[in-house]
Ligand binder design. Sequence first.
Ligand code: FAD
Length: 479
Amino acid sequence: MPAATPTTAAPAAPALRPVPSTLPADDTFDVIVIGAGIAGCAAAHALGNDGRRVLVIERDWREPDRIVGELLQPGGVHALELLGLRDCIDGIDGIDCHGYAVIKTNGEEVVLPYPADKQPNTGRSLHHGRLIMNLRRAAQNAQNVTCIEGTASELVTDPKTGVNTGVLISTKTSDKPVLASAPLTVVADGCFSKFRKQFISRDTVCKSHFVGFIIRDCPLPHMNHGHVVLAKPSPILLYQIGSHETRILVDVPGKLPSIGSGEMKAYMRDFVGPQLPPAVQPSFFEALETERFRSMPNSWLPPTRNTGEGVFLLGDIMNMRHPLTGGGMTVAFWDVVRLRDALRSVSDLSQTAVVRSRLGALHWQRKRLSSVINILANALYALFSAGDDPMLLQLQTACFAYFKLGGRCVSTPVGLLAGLIQEPMTLIGHFFAVAIYGTFLMWIQGPFYMFPVNFVRSFVVLFKACAVIFPLIGAELRP
Ligand SMILES: Cc1cc2nc3c(=O)[nH]c(=O)nc-3n(C[C@H](O)[C@H](O)[C@H](O)COP(=O)(O)OP(=O)(O)OC[C@H]3O[C@@H](n4cnc5c(N)ncnc54)[C@H](O)[C@@H]3O)c2cc1C
């Protein structure tokens, strides 16, 4: 099977204008954005174009090389359209994505297209660093946006009012941190945020890591689709991110095998490789000899209401979910759409109480999308990383069989995953439909005399389904 054709010609790395590490003389700002990543760039672009004077602080403006944020769901593409940033996914050798293929290690598979009746219904897989550079260029070229290279080292609070008034920035050119002031600071410093602890008391939960590397010229079974291999003990993702590059992300629960000692390579060779589709194996084993392994924690952080005065937490600092379904960027871009819309009617951002009330209200408004993506990602991960748990395995089997039914059993769950259907109750309905279908499958399996045993076991499976989903729902419902 040939590789999927890229959407546009090979990339020419977009050049940014040089970013200074000093503040301009006239340094009055309405908004400071910390972090020129996925969320920060989109926010700076949106707020700058709305007439706010924005300062973006980024510690490193060079193209990042990371294993995150490489598949944008159609719902994320839609958010980019609303933000006027749709062209940021073009011209970087990205690959259109029309849906997913879920593949068992015995070769059985089911293809899950994005729903035909929704628009846009095509996602894009791409090199993360190239997307970031396009977003940074868009932010830099937006009206009223000033960029600075430096590390935000401290949030500055007015001791009398408790309102955040600015940020101290450590730069290469100054011995002392420089102070930037603004009535609103948007903190978008990502998953390893240094500011999170100041605002969020709960810890992030990390049960596994994704270990990733590039496979060159990999013949994937289904062109223009993300692939999920239901491997043991947990899933493997494969998707093409450029004309010749395919990303593999192997979920590794618990402690990571050491990369330096060669344990990781042996794990990949002896345990992971044999579970991959046969067509993928030759290029996978070749890549093991040449490519560098990288790992990232797969963290879960339920959302927290933004209550800080003069400060707004955006992106991974505030909310994370397992990256199995590739939903993080979609959530971040939609949060920017909502942030922009919430502030549109506020003429003066130093009206702290008005701003706090508008931004606090986003906590519930964003849940139509974010709860769906958060719950779905973590629930699917629980099922797909069943290991040897017989009840979870039964739910995994039920989920696969449910997808095989086709029709709405595919289009709605995939529409939810894609960020195209923003209805949490619909998600919960389908989750329990899977669980009930699983109980039905248990009743009809095995000889007739096993029915009483299977009948009882089916209730244990239902109980397990509740144990998976209720904590996830509960975490989303916290005020
Ligand atoms: C393994 C993995 C795979 C993933 N795959 C996908 C996927 O396929 N699709 C998807 O939608 N999502 C995916 N995600 C999630 C997605 O990557 C994140 O949700 C998204 O990148 C969050 O954007 P952000 O702006 O919050 O953070 P980031 O994009 O990480 O941006 C943070 C920025 O802040 C800067 N910064 C940090 N600290 C400071 C400081 N003190 N001062 C100045 N600058 C600072 C950093 O340099 C960086 O540029 C994945 C996540 C993981 C872990």
